[in-house]
Design a protein around this ligand. Structure first.
Ligand code: HEC
Length: 127
């Protein structure tokens, strides 16, 4: 195989891997018990939902859709897994660590308060 052909194949296969591997929830298996059990200090608070919505629109909506409905290559955040499968602690762990192998960046640079606010917003969404 020529070098150019291999490079072309690599360019085609790399993004495909991200797409096909996306959103099977396998990240949940990596969350340590301590993080899984963390509680959200803003749980269900209306002002945190509003603040979280603004953060979501700014930082997350270009990948996850304006209303978390998902985009072509990125998962919706209104799913059964988001609402019931994942605890608020699980979501916090994912936001801090990201899942770069599958295209989800880390948000560790955001203050903890903002992470919990965006989690409060996500948990307020229903199908
Ligand atoms: C560059 C695109 C991108 C941005 C920006 C992004 N995400 Fe993601 N996100 C992804 C991808 C891709 C996945 C799927 C990862 C996987 O398969 O495990 C994902 C997965 C998730 C999941 C897990 C969904 C599930 O069903 O397993 C949550 C929760 C999440 N993102 C929240 C957020 C939040 C909150 C923000 C903004 C602070 C954000 N994401 C910004 C690409 C992005």
């Amino acid at each position: 195989m020529t070098l150019r052909l291999s490079l072309t194949l690599l360019l085609i296969l790399l993004p495909a891997g991200i797409v096909f591997g996306a959103a099977d929830g396998s990240w949940l298996e990596n969350v340590p018990t301590h993080d899984h059990e963390k509680t959200n200090p803003y749980h269900d608070q209306a002002d945190a939902i509003a603040a979280g919505r603004r953060i979501f629109v700014d930082r997350c909506s270009h990948c996850h859709g304006e209303n978390a409905e998902g985009t072509k290559k990125r998962p919706p955040l209104k799913s059964e897994r988001m609402q019931h499968g994942a605890s608020e602690g699980d979501l916090h762990w994912l936001l801090v660590n990201g899942n770069m192998r599958k295209g989800m960046p880390s948000w560790a640079r955001l203050p903890d308060q903002q992470l919990w606010q965006v989690i409060t917003y996500l948990k307020s969404l229903h199908d």
